[in-house]
Design a binder for this molecule. Structure first.
Ligand SMILES: Cc1cc2nc3c(=O)[nH]c(=O)nc-3n(C[C@H](O)[C@H](O)[C@H](O)COP(=O)(O)OP(=O)(O)OC[C@H]3O[C@@H](n4cnc5c(N)ncnc54)[C@H](O)[C@@H]3O)c2cc1C
Length: 532
């Protein structure tokens, strides 16, 4: 997709007028670009860092209806999310996978078990499936033997789904670019261009190479900049701002953090959810890509983030308290934490004292010709994209109406049409690389069709991503194309010589550049992904 010289190829096409400019290369921007390309619009996306380097690689990796939203009576959000989950499960095989859950109730929980039973009945009703059942303590322990707390009283099993969030963004972007859309990472929008006081383009700076700049024009501009959306909005409304009227920051930034334990310390075959003993917020503990994810917190984040954000000690303690509550016999402590991950979500600020009570529904704001799409969920990206494009109908009246029964992801080639992809990796590679899975396997050198255990990613994926997936920095490769920053102890630093042999020639970096990039990654891991 983004093979040699792709940046120059994209840059050389920026002087034409586009139908649509998308600012932000997370799942929201990727989804809008994908739907715009499907509708035949000439569209281009600019991302200031790496694709998915914002919140979209920092989620809890769930493709879910969101049971907790039912608790807050956000029925529409849950209904839409369940519907999208079902689409993604069907179309994203290998990338979006079913995840069996156990919901455990403990003595002292502030919500009685039957309320969850009611919620799960609604959940299944929305998906037109009957996929949950209630269990007593013995039944729950049969499902998850590690649930050792004597305080556990009953529970349920049900199903949701999970994904690799950064790979989902990449897959959606890849499908958009196959349909002629353009996408550029490390291209920051530094200003909005206006014609008769309406936004009609953007000024971008290339942060990957020489800092060159360019003005790009389009009939419509969408900001899908998540936690950064108020910054861009303030530029759209600069005149009103200078007169002190008409503009105000509208977003509240909430940080959510995770800790990851090695699966050897907490091996789970199903996800477990329960109410945190301290504040009754739902927490999840789930198996993901060779590690066990524990999340999440929900606290105010006071500053507009640089892309990387760090978990606080208090959050890490809070999550470990949850682990100890459900799995006391394992004797786990902070010393068992392998890695951490924090992200910031934007919600509309209504000033609620409890951050978790703020709505997670997405918003669309049209200001001076700039459409802002913010909030929402990874799960509902396609729906958000369609609604955004509908809101642009005045500027783009000819684009066709795409219904909610259209595909979310492109069909994969039939499994048996794939060359020699080893059967044990076939579905996983197809989900991540689509028809390119075959080329990935063919490009592999001896010994590279093996997992980088405990991560399930193959060594061959490193070679492929370095060659074809728009990698600018080493962390793009190790934190988002594959997820070694989370899935390997120490972020995979001990494997660096082996990684180097595979990727340095592919990236065409000299030794000096390699040293710089390794140091940048090492420092980033220490600052943002390491345990306390
Ligand atoms: C802790 C946590 C857990 C979550 N878990 C789940 C979950 O399990 N399931 C689920 O469905 N949802 C989940 N969500 C929600 C989901 O992750 C977000 O809704 C989604 O990732 C937001 O995507 P986005 O594209 O809007 O924002 P982002 O992914 O943040 O993308 C915005 C992008 O805009 C770029 N940008 C900003 N300014 C500029 C500029 N000037 N020029 C160019 N680019 C710019 C940023 O660099 C960034 O990459 C979770 C959220 C959090 C915080």
């Amino acid at each position: 997709m983004w093979s040699q010289n792709w940046r120059e190829a994209v840059w050389s096409q920026l002087d034409r007028e586009f139908d649509l400019i998308v600012i932000g290369g997370g799942i929201t921007g990727a989804g809008i670009l994908r739907e715009a390309a499907r509708a035949g619009l000439r569209a281009v996306l600019f991302e200031q860092g790496d694709f998915a380097s914002g919140t979209s690689s920092r989620s809890s990796k769930l493709v879910h209806g969101g049971l907790r939203y039912l608790k807050n009576a956000q029925i529409k959000l849950t209904w839409e999310s369940v519907h999208e989950r079902e689409h993604l499960l069907k179309e994203g095989r290998g990338l979006v996978t079913p995840l069996p859950f156990v919901m455990a109730n403990f003595r002292g929980d502030n919500t009685p078990g039957w309320v969850f039973g009611l919620g799960l009945t609604m959940y299944d009703f929305m998906a037109l499936k009957w996929n949950h059942a209630s269990y007593d303590t013995a039944g729950l322990r049969e499902l998850v033997p590690q649930l050792s707390s004597p305080e556990m009283v009953s529970g349920f099993r049900y199903f949701d789904a999970q994904t690799d969030d950064a790979r989902l963004v990449l897959r959606v972007l890849q499908e958009a670019t196959k349909d002629e859309a353009l996408a550029l990472n490390y291209a920051r929008v530094e200003g909005l261009l206006k014609t008769r006081n309406r936004v009609s383009g953007v000024a971008i700076r290339d942060l990957a190479a020489n800092g060159r700049t360019m003005e790009v024009r389009a009939r419509a501009v969408v900001s899908a900049t998540g936690a950064w959306a108020d910054e861009i909005r303030s530029q759209a409304s600069a005149r009103a701002l200078s007169q002190g009227v008409g503009w105000r920051a509208r977003l509240r930034l909430l940080r959510g953090s995770h800790i990851f334990l090695p699966q050897s310390k907490l091996p789970l075959a199903r996800a477990v959810t329960f109410l945190h003993p301290a504040d009754s917020r739902p927490v999840y503990i789930l198996p993901w890509e060779g590690v066990t994810l524990v999340g999440t917190t929900d606290v105010d984040h006071k500053t507009i983030p640089a892309t990387d954000v760090r978990i606080s000690q208090a959050e890490s303690d809070y999550l470990m308290e949850a682990v100890k509550h459900a799995f006391p016999a394992l004797g786990l402590t902070q010393a068992d934490v392998q890695s951490t991950l924090a992200g910031v979500r934007a919600v509309v600020n209504t000033g609620k004292s409890d951050p978790s009570k703020e709505s997670r529904e997405f918003v669309l704001w049209n200001e001076s010709g700039l459409l802002t799409v913010s909030g929402g969920k990874l799960t509902t990206f396609r729906l958000m994209a369609q609604k955004a494009l509908r809101a642009l109908r005045l500027a783009l009246p000819e684009h066709p109406h795409l219904g909610s029964n259209e595909r979310v992801l492109d069909p994969l080639p039939p499994e048996n049409s794939l060359c020699d992809v080893p059967p044990e990796f076939r579905l996983r590679l197809m989900g991540r690389y689509g028809a390119e899975a075959c080329n990935l396997v063919e490009a592999a050198q001896p010994g590279e069709l093996q997992a980088m255990a405990p991560s399930p990613s193959l060594w061959a994926e490193l070679r492929w991503a370095a060659r074809n997936e728009g990698v600018v920095h080493l962390d793009d490769l190790l934190a988002r194309r594959v997820r070694l920053n989370i899935n390997l102890p120490g972020g995979g630093m001990v494997e660096m010589e082996k990684i180097r042999k595979i990727v340095q020639p592919e990236l065409g970096w000299n030794d000096h550049r390699w040293e710089q990039e390794t140091e940048r990654y090492r420092q980033m891991w220490k600052d943002y992904y390491s345990p306390f």
